[in-house]
Ligand binder design. Structure first.
Ligand SMILES: Cc1ncc(COP(=O)(O)O)c(C=O)c1O
Length: 410
């Protein structure tokens, strides 16, 4: 076609994103624009917003790096089987047994727990149905449900009861169209752990209403008060459940993107659903291949690094808790697992304004409670307490000063 015979160029048409994405938010990274502003002015921002231990003084155990290196050198660089390499699947089954999960029906490897969440929700819900998610929650759950066009149905965690799920609220919100319940245990953003009694009560509700439970246990080896972690599926072997686990946090390799799902419950009850999950697993080919060779040495090899990680986290949790107790307008349920604290703040403005101004004025980056969900009328922010004690002390002094300057002495 010559230029003269071409159709006239019409005014540029904007390519719009799907309207169901309007509510997709990921506050943890959405704050980056405000931080960029501050960095452009020449300041260094202290990132207490992203749960990445590798940003701080934590190191990946060398033997698992070597396992991946060796896999690459040995030519394990092609596609892997869709559900994962056999030795990783066997190691995950071993881990399930150690967690007390006795009715395993399937296991599969994913690109991070993020992909497990996406696949497991996508394989479950039809239009018009819903899944109960905690409020506050790790925002990926709401983001995936929004992406699927599913109306959110959030149940409250009760701050006055150490952030346990509010059973009455769950019960109130179950409808004939509800298909599942998400538990995050240990919890992000609160650092809370579900009690055995709570898990038993959730199991009873799941039985009564034929629901599947998605139990996100990505932080199950980062328990800070010496109590053993209780896997939901271990106390409810009959209830359909997918336990989510992964390498990012327990083995300090978030960039490798390795997670997994362990399907448990009655074989007949989970058969069709498991086939659905596997159809999606095949459609996306496979999870990262060489990194899967680290799963067996991680789960079955030395766990020494965890002693050091827990020691550091306990000390940093205690420092955080002391600061919360000593600071006017701040109160906090002491975290028992993971590396997050979720203090409540009594301030006369929104917590989103609070965190944005805190970044601008003191260059400390935390995440606002409204980015995770909270009861109306309450305000919170999430702290990642991974930095060393000196860095945390400096950050908390900055936050306290900011609050004094902005809200007065008390
Ligand atoms: C509760 C929870 N689930 C899942 C994830 C995602 O983990 P992954 O790095 O395995 O995708 C995170 C990451 O912070 C998390 O906190």
């Amino acid at each position: 076609m010559t230029p003269t015979s071409m159709t006239p160029i019409s005014p540029a048409h904007e390519i719009c994103a799907a309207s169901r994405l309007e509510n997709v938010r990921y506050a943890i990274r959405d704050l980056a624009c405000v931080a960029d502003e501050v960095v452009k002015q020449g300041h260094k921002v202290l990132p207490l917003n992203v749960g990445d231990p590798l940003n701080f003084d934590f190191q990946t155990p060398p033997h698992i790096i070597e396992a991946v290196h060796k896999a690459m050198r040995d030519g394990k660089n092609g596609y892997a089987p869709s559900s994962g390499i056999p030795e990783a699947l066997e190691a995950i089954r071993g881990e399930a047994a150690r967690k007390g999960i006795t009715t395993v029906q399937d296991v599969f490897v994913t690109s991070g727990v993020s992909e497990t969440v996406d696949l497991c929700l996508s394989a479950l819900v039809n239009p018009g149905e819903d899944v109960l998610t905690p409020s506050p929650d790790y925002p990926l759950y709401s983001a995936v449900l929004c992406k699927l066009g599913i109306k959110l149905n959030a149940y409250d965690l009760n701050e006055d009861d150490a952030w346990q799920p509010e059973l009455a609220d769950i019960e109130r919100k179950i409808t004939p169209r509800t298909r599942g319940i998400v538990l995050i245990n240990p919890n992000n953003p609160t650092g809370s752990l579900c009690t055995r009694q709570m898990l038993e009560q959730v199991a009873e509700l799941a039985r009564r209403h034929s629901l599947i439970v998605f139990s996100d246990e990505i932080y199950d080896k980062l328990i800070l008060d010496g109590t053993p972690h209780i896997a939901f599926a271990s106390i409810a072997p009959d209830v359909p459940c997918v336990t989510f686990g992964g390498m990012s946090k327990n083995y300090l390799v978030p960039g490798w993107r390795i997670g997994w799902g362990i399907v448990s419950g009655g074989a007949a009850a989970v058969k069709t659903y498991t086939e659905g999950v596997n159809r999606l697993l095949r459609a996306r080919l496979c999870a990262n291949h060489p990194e899967q060779y680290a799963i067996k040495p991680a789960l079955e090899g030395p766990q020494d690094h965890l002693v050091e990680v827990q020691r550091k986290l306990r000390s940093r949790r205690d420092l955080t808790q002391k600061w919360c107790e000593a600071t006017p307008r701040v109160s906090c349920v002491a975290p028992r697992g993971a590396f997050y604290a979720y203090p409540r703040i009594d301030i006369p403005e929104s917590d989103e304004v609070f965190v944005k101004e805190l970044i601008r004025q003191k260059h400390v980056m935390v995440v606002h409670g409204s980015g995770f969900g909270q009861k109306p009328g309450t305000q919170h922010f999430r702290i990642v307490f991974l930095p060393d004690e000196a860095t945390l002390t400096k950050a908390y002094a900055g936050i306290a000063e900011f609050m004094r300057e902005r809200y007065g002495e008390s």
